[in-house]
Ligand binder design. Sequence first.
Ligand code: SF4
Ligand code: SF4
Ligand code: SF4
Length: 169
Amino acid sequence: MKQDGIDLGRRGFLIGRRLARPEAIRPPWSRAASVAAACTGCGACVPACPQNIIALDADGRPALTFNAGECTFCGACADACSEPVFDRSIAGFPHVAAIGADCFATRGIVCQSCGDACPESAIRFRPRLGGPALPEIATDRCSGCGACITACPAQAISVSGRPLEAAHV
Ligand code: SF4
Ligand code: SF4
Ligand code: SF4
């Protein structure tokens, strides 16, 4: 019985995780908490973005996608917002780029598109015997701009939480 309870709990936990929506990427200098607390859903930041990477999510709050372009940190979204959603005293994004297992180089195909695209020179390629050099992200240099995500032909790059020691502003 006890075992069933544990299994059910675990199953419920796994189902819950599976059904949970992925956490949205909020515009730079905003955070989930400030968006939840202060964003009215007016949408003013959406047309303000010259990169067209902001859209309102299912809850009517701004979310970024890096599929079509990167954030240039132009500040237009923050300038367009009349509520206390943005705080330019904090790091732009709470995330850094992370390279996944689908990377072409990992699979033996030469590719350095992410390194070419990175404006911070945060991606270096580590040579290895028997295969193409592998990309590595210097998280202390990564701004989280998403240029590498846009450029990656394998769609192998996502974002993950910024390590505490990496404080790119
Ligand atoms: S800082 Fe500029 S490019 Fe980045 S999301 Fe805001 S408006 Fe778009
Ligand atoms: S652009 Fe994508 S596939 Fe190419 S090296 Fe970078 S992570 Fe790998
Ligand atoms: S998110 Fe931007 S700064 Fe970070 S590695 Fe990718 S391109 Fe470079």
